[in-house]
Design a protein around this ligand. Structure first.
Ligand SMILES: C[S@@+](CC[C@H](N)C(=O)[O-])C[C@H]1O[C@@H](n2cnc3c(N)ncnc32)[C@H](O)[C@@H]1O
Length: 238
């Protein structure tokens, strides 16, 4: 069993606590807004690394249909409970169990950093998208702030901290240039890359509230200080 799968199976029952409080909802909602903007609203979506189905639920609420795929059976179980009307399956991002040209939209939130073969995942995303279909991936970016995260998480694992995402998973964080070239190499066109998120969940209350206030300014004027990267593109029409 892969280490990341084991971790998310172990934290599946507490995962939603992280995103269900007011600041968790704000943080995840904010990322989802960025991803949603890049996708057709009323299409058929595949969410890769769907977790407990937070974005599947959002997409369906906005009028679409959606399927979620995740490596962790524990997370998928929660997704099925959250969205019984949507399809969920256990699988890995680089081997998608769907026919060519099935989906209008492809999303992946906070999961791309774990994928050991990003080229393979994007190749598969391209294959299962219909011509003209759109993809949006939001993942941690590589900045001076995030460069220390793996070290902190490795230390957390050593002292036995059981927290969502804490562990040594050989994650890769992306620069704008890196993720854009991965998208282009996979064949996507109209590739755009932006940055989002400044208010981090783990900040103390007053700092979080301040960070939340300045977040729109950071994203617009000082995007290199935002710590998630959101890349989008389109599969060319035949
Ligand atoms: C931080 S959670 C994000 C979940 C969800 N996208 C969300 O926004 O709440 C990361 C998810 O990626 C999944 N994951 C990690 N590696 C994966 C892979 N290679 N293929 C599919 N899912 C993967 C994990 O099991 C976990 O559910």
């Amino acid at each position: 069993m892969k280490k990341v799968q084991q971790h998310y199976d172990e934290v599946a029952d507490i995962y939603d606590e992280r995103y269900d409080g007011s600041r968790g909802k704000y943080y995840h909602g904010h990322i989802s807004d960025h991803v949603m903007r890049e996708l057709p609203k009323d299409g058929f979506l595949l969410d890769v690394g769907c977790g407990t189905g937070l974005f599947v639920q959002r997409y369906v609420e906005e009028g679409g249909r959606a399927v979620g795929l995740d490596i962790s059976p524990g997370m998928v179980r929660h997704g099925r409970q959250r969205c019984p009307e949507s399809g969920f399956c256990v699988g890995t991002a680089d081997v998608l169990p769907f026919k060519d040209a099935t989906f209008d939209a492809l999303a992946s939130l906070l999961a791309f950093s774990y994928v050991p073969d990003p080229e393979g995942m994007l190749r598969e995303c391209y294959r299962v998208l219909k011509p003209g279909g759109r993809i949006a991936v939001c993942t941690l970016s590589r900045t001076i702030f995030t460069s220390i995260v793996p070290v902190v998480y490795q230390m957390g694992e050593k002292v036995g901290l059981k927290k969502v995402g804490v562990g040594d998973f050989d994650e890769h964080y992306y620069t704008n240039v890196e993720i854009a070239s991965l998208f282009r190499e996979a064949g996507f066109e109209d590739v755009s890359v932006g940055r989002c998120s400044f208010a981090h969940l783990n900040l103390a209350d007053p700092v979080f509230n301040l960070a939340r206030k300045v977040e729109p300014i950071i994203e617009e004027k000082l995007p290199y200080l935002a710590y998630n990267v959101c890349a989008a593109g389109k599969k060319p029409k035949e």
